[in-house]
Design a protein around this ligand. Sequence first.
Ligand SMILES: Nc1ncnc2c1ncn2[C@@H]1O[C@H](COP(=O)(O)OP(=O)(O)OP(=O)(O)O)[C@@H](O)[C@H]1O
Ligand SMILES: [Mg+2]
Length: 232
Amino acid sequence: MVAGPKQFFHDGSARVLLEIQNIRKSYPGQSDRPVLAGVTINLDAGETLALTGESGSGKSTLLHLAGALDQFDSGEISVQGQKLSELNDSGRASLRRGPVALVFQQFNLIPSLNVSQNLAFHARIAGRHDPDWLAELSDRLGLAGLHERFPEQLSGGQQQRVAIGRALAARPALMLADEPTGNLDETASGRVMALMLDLVTRSGTALFLVTHSDKIANQLDRRVHLSGGTIR
Ligand SMILES: Nc1ncnc2c1ncn2[C@@H]1O[C@H](COP(=O)(O)OP(=O)(O)OP(=O)(O)O)[C@@H](O)[C@H]1O
Ligand SMILES: [Mg+2]
């Protein structure tokens, strides 16, 4: 399929937010067996996309590439028109402090900071601290009574809600989430996912979500499946 001409919003910003073009990625010493062998995916601003695939198919690898946490062999990934291949270390770090937020299965909260400080952390670094939005996120995520607690004093579901709030606090254009509810039981997972979807929709954030769950994948705008190193 040939990509059509890029569409633009009224303000001139690119409508395609994330462009993954013909990406190849192999790990060191395995160039003959690439994990990703030509992956192409486009994600529009505000769109939600589920990425499914068997264990070991390369979902996390692809998400890490999109978050500029690792480098690809060939192809190109662009976020808001910025080619990741052209970024140096500090450019990659700015990307993750600005338009792109990541949420992982393992929460990755900062242990020495309490909930309130964790929630505000990325938004403060990005210079986009918005107390009203943070208060709303905290309220919606059911964290209001937990602000003084440290991550080790929280349940898995509570930690994950803090991680989601922290990611959304800076109003990123794109949220990359790698099985964000994989550590929660089905009820908690459903609740956190519904909340996350509602919040990304309300804040206009696009979501690229890795999930094993068909039920979750079906709640998103689109879904793609990774198999044999390509999208099927
Ligand atoms: N740092 C690494 N060095 C070498 N091989 C790696 C590395 N990270 C991942 N791999 C390999 O790349 C392949 C894809 O791994 P990846 O973690 O992307 O899969 P996944 O689809 O996320 O799987 P899961 O659903 O289990 O999380 C696997 O075969 C894995 O062993
Ligand atoms: Mg994975």
